[in-house]
Design a protein around this ligand. Structure first.
Ligand code: TYD
Length: 135
C-alpha cells in the first residue's frame, strides 16, 4: 500500500437547522472495522504529533473541531493534507509515516482505528520504516 491508497473521504452529512450530523460506519464509509477511537485535544501551539508509522493499522483522521495538517509519507512520496471540516476523514492505510502539525487553537483530532493499541504495531524510527517500506 502507498500514498495513492490514502484519501480524503467525504462522510455523510445530515444538515439540519438544529445542527448538522455526521456518522461513520465501519466497513461502509471506511474500509475497515472500527475497534478503537482516540482523540487529541489541548494541543499547544507549534506542537507536532504522530511521527511514526503503523505496520497493520488502518485509520481515519477527522478534524472534529478547528484544523490541522497531516503529512503522509510512504517512503517514496509525501503529501500534505489540511483537515478543517468534521465531515471529511483522511483514510491512512498501513505502512505510511505520518506527522500532524499546524494545529489551530482549540482543535480536536479524532482517530478511528482498525485495532486496539499495540506498541508492537509501530515503527517509531524513520530509518527502520524506510527499510521496511523498501522491501
Ligand atoms: P502516540 O501514538 O505516539 O501519539 P501521537 O501519534 O498522537 O503523537 O501515543 C502517545 C502515547 O499514548 C504513547 O505512550 C502510547 C499511548 N497510547 C495509548 O496508550 N493508546 C492509544 O490508543 C494511543 C493512540 C496511544
Amino acid at each position: 500500500m502507498n500514498l495513492d491508497d490514502c484519501k480524503l473521504i467525504d462522510l455523510p452529512k445530515i444538515t439540519d437547522p438544529r445542527g448538522n450530523l455526521t456518522f461513520v460506519e465501519g466497513g461502509r464509509h471506511v474500509p475497515f472495522t472500527i475497534q478503537r477511537v482516540y482523540y487529541l485535544y489541548d494541543v499547544p501551539g507549534g506542537a507536532e504529533r504522530g511521527g511514526h508509522a503503523h505496520k497493520e493499522l488502518h485509520q481515519l483522521i477527522i478534524a472534529m473541531s478547528g484544523s490541522f495538517d497531516v503529512v503522509l509519507d510512504d517512503g517514496t512520496r509525501k503529501g500534505r493534507f489540511h483537515l478543517n471540516r468534521s465531515y471529511y476523514g483522511l483514510y491512512v492505510c498501513p505502512m505510511i509515516w505520518r506527522a500532524l502539525d499546524n494545529f489551530s487553537s482549540g482543535s480536536v483530532c479524532m482517530v478511528l482505528a482498525s485495532n486496539h493499541y499495540a506498541e508492537s504495531d509501530y515503527f517509531r524510527d524513520y530509518q527502520d520504516f524506510l527499510r521496511a517500506a523498501a522491501r
